[in-house]
Design a binder for this molecule. Structure first.
Ligand code: ATP
Ligand code: MG
Length: 448
């Protein structure tokens, strides 16, 4: 085993790319906050039974994919394969159901599933998720979906197909399961081994088998929407009315069933045609029975999870622009030991004032330092040697314009900040001149 090679299916995010993750993650949390969702942080592992009960014994996740081990105390724990079970566990454990409902929670987490790694499918991956706990109003379903839409809209992600369905309640599903079993039973010789195995346990899963043979067999299978009870149909109608009211476009896809046992009524996926076979960027739905299943009171709820790696794949495919990573504001290149000490003091003062400042830590030549400053994208650079120390003045060069400004060493941090603010204002004015816009026009006449 090569110890400098990471575990299969787990990814590193390198410094050159991390600004993308930081941007999407902070955008997601900001947008969720506007929708009234507060972050919850729960442990990366839970008692194995939580997922067995919460995600469900008939699911692929529990049957095949969990990272489960006994800790040194002999207790079986599992690295979370998803976020909902842990969030609902915390909601029940800490009595959040006594707070005003619905409780709106969100999170960005790592998840672990032992799956076959491929594009868009990892063993460690990340999700942005949100849960709206304690309401059965269809308005909540539409709000949760609209939160996902707002995130895609803000990030400028295009061409996602929102597909929705209702899988009814356990009552209407009984008749539906019977109809599905009857339909597939006569055709079972053609099914793949996985579907054959699922037939007895979770016949709805046969509808989303990716094998072309099974999809062909499932083509004319009974449709859940023909079987759901009056109340579930009314609820689904409500969800559609709210989505229409919000101007959110969707397609109804009766084949969407979701893999997790806890789902009831509304289920949805955001599908992309641009990232290959693992095409669900976001998936979610209602889980009205989960809290009760975990030993709490009935708490109708819903949520979603959006896979960050799949989102990044899609944004790369669409060449979505990201804000540039922050540049280094100023690089100071000292020459000699005394200059190095002076540079250390100045850089420290600058940093305490909020400026991104750097200086040489490697004893490099001025030429090598300038190359390094260029790599950092430093906006300003300055070479600090004996003569600058003697005069008490440091010439600072703006690397974009080439302008040089002399700044006194004594109050360097303060004077540097004044100078750079002035110079940015000048640049802004110049920019306005070139496009011939009056500042008052931009401010809507606020200055007059
Ligand atoms: P799929 O079968 O399409 O991988 P799923 O039904 O197992 O998805 P969920 O449990 O609903 O997925 O997870 C929600 C989202 O998390 C998915 O839409 C996807 O974006 C992401 N996701 C799930 N599993 C993985 C994985 N192994 N690697 C990367 N992302 C994943
Ligand atoms: Mg899966």
């Amino acid at each position: 085993m090569l110890i400098t090679k990471g575990v299969k299916g787990a990814q590193d995010v390198l410094p050159c790319a991390v600004h993308k993750n930081q941007f999407i993650e902070s955008s997601m949390l900001d947008i969720a906050k506007k929708f009234g969702y507060t972050e919850i942080r729960v442990p990366v592992f839970e008692h194995t039974e939580l997922f067995q009960r919460g995600v469900g014994g008939t699911t692929d996740i529990v049957q095949k994919e969990m990272y489960t081990f006994n800790d040194k105390g002999g207790r079986s724990v599992t690295l979370r394969p998803e976020g909902t079970a842990g969030a609902v566990r915390a909601f029940l454990e800490h009595g959040l159901f006594n707070e005003p409902l619905p409780q709106k929670l969100c999170y960005i987490i790592s998840c672990y599933r032992y799956e076959k790694p491929q594009a868009g499918r990892l063993r460690e991956f990340h999700q942005f998720g949100a849960e709206c706990l304690g309401t059965d109003s269809p308005a909540a379903d539409a709000e949760v979906i609209s939160l996902v839409c707002a995130v895609f809209d803000f990030l400028d992600v295009q061409n996602l197909d929102l597909q929705i369905n209702s899988i009814g309640c356990p009552e209407c599903r009984k008749t539906y399961h019977a109809a599905l079993l009857a339909y597939f039973d006569v055709k079972k010789d053609g099914l793949c081994p996985t579907c054959l195995d699922r037939l007895g346990r979770n016949p709805m899963r046969l509808l989303d088998c990716k094998s072309p043979v099974c999809s062909e067999i499932a083509k004319d299978a009974p449709v859940i929407l023909d079987y759901i009870c009056g109340e579930c149909a009314e609820h689904f109608g409500g969800v559609k009315r709210y989505l229409d009211a919000m101007g959110i476009e969707y397609n109804i896809n009766p084949k969407i069933v979701r893999g997790l046992d806890y789902y009831t009524r509304t289920v949805f996926e955001f599908i992309s045609g641009e990232i290959g076979a693992q095409d669900a960027v976001c998936a979610g739905g209602r889980y009205d029975g989960l809290a009760q299943e975990l030993g709490g009171q009935r708490t109708p709820s819903l949520g979603f999870a959006l896979g960050l790696e799949r989102l990044l794949l899609l944004m790369d495919a669409q060449k979505t622009p990201f804000p540039e990573p922050d540049r280094c504001d100023i690089y100071i290149a000292p020459v000699g030991d005394e200059a190095s000490l002076a540079a250390a003091r100045i850089v420290n003062d600058l940093r305490l004032s909020g400026v991104a400042a750097q200086f040489d830590l490697a004893g490099r030549s001025v030429k090598a330092q300038m190359k390094y400053a260029d790599k950092l994208g430093a906006v300003y650079t300055a070479v600090l040697g004996d003569s600058e120390l003697e005069k008490g003045v440091l010439p600072v060069k703006n690397m974009d314009s080439g302008d040089v400004t002399e700044i006194k060493l004594e109050d360097f941090a303060e004077d540097f900040m004044d100078m750079s603010v002035r110079s940015s204002a000048d640049m802004f004015k110049e920019l306005l001149n070139t496009v011939d816009i009056d500042i008052n026009t931009i401010l809507g006449g606020a200055l007059s």
